[in-house]
Every structure is written in structure tokens, then in C-alpha cells.
Write a protein that binds this ligand. Sequence first.
Ligand code: G3H
Ligand code: 13P
Ligand code: ZN
Length: 379
Amino acid sequence: MPLMTTKPMFDLAYDGGFAIGAFNVNNMEITQGIIEACASEQAPLILQISKGARAYANMAYLRALINCAVSEHPELPIAIHLDHGDTVDLVNTCIEDGFTSVMIDGSHHPYDENVSLTKAAVDAAHAKGVVVEAELGMLGGIEEDVVGLDAEEYEKNVEKFLTDPEEAKDFQDKTGVDSLAVAIGTSHGAYKFTTEAKLAFDRIEAIMKTAPGLPLVMHGSSSVPAEFIDAINKYTVVDNSNAELVKKFAELGNEWQQMPKSMGVPEDQINMAVGKYGVCKVNIDTDLRLALTAAALEVWGKCNVNVLEWINGGRKGKQPEFMFDPRKWLGPGRSAIVDMVKRKLHVLNVAGKAPAVIEQWKKLGEPLPDYYKQAACCG
Ligand code: G3H
Ligand code: 13P
Ligand code: ZN
């Protein structure tokens, strides 16, 4: 049962020219899509769960889904990770829930508070065989339960928010953290940059010099592909009962956009960060959300077109089906997740790395976190 911490993964990734994809899970379709893609590409993976995901889905349900994935795919190295944990209490709860890795994000606190919060989380987690990721520096963009900076302010002043290499070394020494999320010019969410992002490769290099061997993590690494924003805008239907909205929509015509165009982190730059530097983990959430939503909306959009054709054709034959069966749009949403995750696995050079990670895990003889020693459930 290769549920493991991220250590065997990062041991190989640090100078192996690849990184592990950390994908956010919120429901069954997303989990299944990620697992199907990683199984077909034989890629190790990190399933990460935010505080928001815990509240939305109920951890017991997510846990059961992950248990199924683990028992269906014993060949896949899988870590379960808390994304953006904000308190030691939450870290402890996740350890009890069987997470093998946790993030404590004190990046928005003053430096000394970030150190003491992270140290407390490291002490709690290491005592139970769980590894810890922390964050230093500030990212742009804001999501539901994640503190960040206003995207525009970040883009204008990105340099001053980047991780300080000397501080990274001091932080590593004082906290004993296992991996570090660094601010190197990425940003959370769907509204990242108005111009093409440029990752601060010199900063990654400098951190690798001051803190050698420390696995680095890139948050906010979605690429926000324009075709998904276009699809979401194309198929977002105006509420016809809202006269004011219909009028405004007609006035604005093609200029009107539900989702503004935005540029994400270019995939070639991500590929460079993982291929040439010690970036071991790359977080992707937004691109999965966009892919699923665009695919689902496309189903509804096509349904409308078919109905219109049927009406214009004199209503002959069977009326086209309305998509009130959720499987009809969640299914294509799940397939879109499979495609998106496969695409990311190639950007991260991680396809085919599962067997080597399993070997490394066996070599380390890594004891499983305490939870698995007690639980009879989680084969
Ligand atoms: O970086 C944060 C993740 O995208 C999680 O977002 O808090 O809305 O689940 P969430
Ligand atoms: P994106 O919003 O760019 O997908 O980043 C996700 C993330 O960093 C989760 O922690
Ligand atoms: Zn993040």
C-alpha cells in the first residue's frame, strides 16, 4: 500500500529533473480524474486537501475516496497532503485523519511568528511520522481559504515579495521543515497576470545555494489556458428573467466577459523550473477547476444549440435531451480532469517515475505515519 510521505518522492525529484504534481481534490470526479491520469502515466502523486475542501466535502468522504484509490492502484506512490493549513490544531486533526504530509502556511505573519508557528507544526507532525511544508515570501492572488495579495498589486511589486535566500536558510535551520513553498513569481487563482509571467529563476538558484537539499515547492502554478476561459465565457448563459442583466449584456455585446482574460504561469517556464532546479512539488488547482467547469458548460451549450436546431427544423423527431442528469455533465468534467492532469504530468517530467519512487520508499524503509499502524481500514 504505497501511501507514503513526500520524502521518497522528493529524494528523487530534487536533482532528478522532475517534480511531483500536487493536485487539489474536492469531490469524487476530481479524485477519480487525477488517479486515472496518474495510473495511465505511472506517475507518483500528491492529493492535496485544503481547509475549504474539508468543509465542502466532509473529510470522512474524501478519506474513503482516497482509500479506494490506494487499494485500486497499489502500484502508485501517493501522499495525502494538507494544503495551506493555518493552525497547529488543523495540522493535528489532519494527522489524526491519516494525512502523510501537511502544510503550515504562516507566510502572511511576521517572520518570527511564521518561524514559531512552523516549528510547532513540525514538532507535532514529526512526532507522528508526518512531513511538513511551510511557506516563506508572499504569493499573489486570493482563493477562498488562502490569504494572498491583490493580483494587481503583486504584479506591480513582485520583486519585493519574493523569498529571501538568506531568510530561507535561517528558516530551515530554526524550524526543521521538510520542504519550502517559495515566492518566485507565481500567483494563486484564475486572475494572475495581465502580461506574461516571468519566474525568478535567479531567486530559485540563490535559495538552492543558501539552503542546499531543501525541496522547493511552487504554489499558484496553474497556466489558466485561454481556451477554458473562452469556453466558460461562451457558454455562460444570461439569466433571461433578469431584464437589467439582459439589457446590459446586449449593450456590451462581444466585449462583455464573464471571466476576464488573464495570463497564468507559462508551462515552458514550469518545465524549466522542475527540469533544471530543485523544485520538487508543483501545486495545481485552478486549471482543474477551469477544465471541469468548461467541459460541463460545453455540454449545456451544445444542448441549447441542439434544441434551437430542433425548433428551427419544425420540431420533427425526438426533442433533444435536456442535461438534468448530473452524470451527463460531471462525466465529461471528469474526463477533462484526466486530460488536464496528463498534460501537467508531462510538463513536470514525472510520467513513468512511479516504480523508481516505490523503490526509493522501500530503500528508506520509511515507517508509516502512526495512523496507519492503528487503522485496520486502509489497505
Ligand atoms: O491555493 C489554494 C487552493 O487552490 C485551494 O483553494 O481554499 O478554495 O480550496 P480553496
Ligand atoms: P493555482 O491556483 O495556480 O492552481 O494554485 C494552486 C495552489 O497553489 C494550491 O495550493
Ligand atoms: Zn497554494
